[in-house]
Design a binder for this molecule. Structure first.
Ligand code: MG
Length: 257
């Protein structure tokens, strides 16, 4: 009986903490945690380092090669290689600034299996909707094969790719749209988890944050590197901030507790 009372009292004490934690803005490392020794944007090291500092998620960018493989990089043309016009062999022969070879999505997901940070997977807009559909099909299949379906969230600037993720990923997989030009109501109608917009869009439309929450959606803002902008978004209760400065954001959030 005594133990039962202790457990009940603990649950009552912890419940408000859980509620408060649920409201706390979460940190997403933009292209991984790359502004640190031995790292580089979209490298496997950046993913590992984002996980090591306990980011909620690590964002990275994906392209489809001409021979149907998926690789991880941000740039349309990186070190002279235009990825959507190149084979996987040519693309992955390129070295990142930390010496790693440009990773395939399979290599990225293989490493992710040993980590716990969430995967914020961005599909870059490709030249044709057909390429984007093939990329989405391939991504969804790989995520299933690697048993990472509960750890992935999809994002894209392309409306077509966003809607293809919603159509093809298992129901309930969070899919966010990046381009800033759809209202909360429109995103809800698409079946989006919410907007993932440049923070200036929310500063222009602060009412969208509450509207999203009222519609049962979440709000992510990119790419926020300045303490003042971070604080504005935290004060306006955005759910996620995507940043090149995850350590700074963590410090600010600690100060807000
Ligand atoms: Mg990106």
């Amino acid at each position: 009986m005594k133990l039962k009372n202790i457990l009940l009292a603990s649950a009552m004490l912890l419940a408000p903490c859980a509620a408060m934690q649920a409201q706390q803005t979460q940190v997403i490392a933009h292209r991984g945690f790359w502004k640190t020794t031995g790292s580089a944007q979209n490298s496997i090291a950046a993913l590992v380092k984002a996980d090591s500092i306990h980011c909620y998620g690590s964002e990275f960018d994906v392209w489809l090669t001409t021979d149907g493989h998926l690789v991880v990089n941000h740039d349309d043309t990186f070190k002279g290689v235009t990825i959507q016009d190149a084979t996987a062999a040519v693309s992955t022969a390129v070295r990142l600034d930390n010496g790693e070879q440009l990773p395939t999505l399979e290599q990225y997901l293989g490493k992710s299996r040993q980590l716990s940070t969430r995967l914020i997977l961005e599909l870059k807009p490709h030249r044709t909707p057909e390429q984007e559909t093939r990329a989405v099909e391939g991504i969804v299949r790989l995520i299933k094969d690697f048993k990472l379906e509960n750890r992935v969230e999809y994002i894209s600037f392309s409306k077509h790719a966003t809607q293809e993720f919603i159509r093809l990923a298992p129901k309930g997989t969070p899919v966010y749209y990046l381009n800033g030009d759809a209202t909360p109501q429109e995103l809800k109608e698409w079946g989006c988890a919410g907007p993932d917009y440049h923070f200036s869009v929310f500063q222009k439309h602060p009412e969208w944050i509450g509207q999203c929450h009222d519609l049962g959606m979440k709000v992510n803002a990119w790419t926020v590197n300045d303490a003042k902008d971070m604080q504005w978004l935290i004060d306006h209760k955005v759910d996620f901030i995507t940043t090149n400065e995850p350590v700074l954001l963590q410090q600010i959030l600690k100060g807000n507790k």
